[in-house]
Design a protein around this ligand. Structure first.
Ligand code: ZN
Length: 237
């Protein structure tokens, strides 16, 4: 049985402006969605007015903590996009410590994105899935069926001559590719980790341009092959 002493304590938190929001609801405590006014119902709790008296429950309409754009900052959500078409088949090689350089080879990569943040008070989502899918799709299509080359690797020199990309490794000619088949990336090595960080920077910039607010973190996962992936995580904005 509920304690009689609980009642004054709860009533003390009652706000006159919220009187209309008080409701007597039966059943177990449950979370309820925000209504059209942007107010959220806190879980309902059984209420006994007096020992042996009528019983019921109550819920309180409260205005959740929010920032200036109306995002509920008291709760965090995570959304993830991982689609079959968010893939790219590309060639690459990475450099190791010392003078070791991997031979040219390829992977069927796959990309996934996770975004965390508050719920948009109007749309009730963290971010439109379509926005996330579109930016990822553009990124993978840009490098699909291409040779991935790092522009920030001190051991790798890239020179473009007459439609050809000359790739030197430690001053020695290593490869020549058609320029149109190359994707130059502003990273130091074409590892899954660096690719993930590169994608994250691009996604982050797109979200900034789109004016998304209320987002707190972004994760990009790049799977190089089955069971072999790297994830980059960065705070937002
Ligand atoms: Zn590889």
């Amino acid at each position: 049985m509920s304690s009689f002493r609980d009642i004054p304590l709860r009533l003390a938190t009652r706000d006159r402006r919220q009187d209309q929001g008080w409701a007597t609801l039966g059943g177990r405590p449950q979370r309820q969605p925000a209504d059209s006014t942007g107010l959220s119902r806190r879980p309902t709790f059984p209420l006994r007015l007096s020992p042996g008296g009528p019983t019921g429950s109550l819920s309180v309409l409260v205005s959740p903590p929010s920032n200036r754009r109306g995002f509920d900052v008291s709760a965090a959500y995570r959304v993830r996009v991982s689609k079959d078409y968010l893939t790219f088949a590309s060639a690459h090689f990475i450099t190791f410590q010392g003078h070791r350089c991997e031979a040219l080879h390829g992977h069927n990569y796959r990309v996934a994105a996770t975004v965390e943040g508050a719920l948009d008070a109007e749309c009730q989502f963290v971010i439109d899935f379509g926005v996330l899918k579109a930016v990822l799709r553009r990124l993978v299509e840009d490098i699909d069926h291409k040779v991935l080359l790092p522009t920030k690797n001190p051991k790798v020199q890239l020179r473009e001559e007459q439609g050809r990309m000359l790739v030197d490794y430690l001053g020695t000619s290593a490869y020549v590719f058609p320029v149109k088949d190359c994707a130059l990336l502003p990273i130091a090595n074409t590892t899954a980790e660096e690719l993930a960080a590169h994608f994250a920077a691009e996604v982050r910039e797109q979200l900034r341009r789109d004016g998304y607010a209320g987002l707190t973190a972004l994760e990009i996962e790049v799977e190089e092959s089955f069971g072999q992936s790297a994830t980059y995580r960065a705070p937002l904005p």
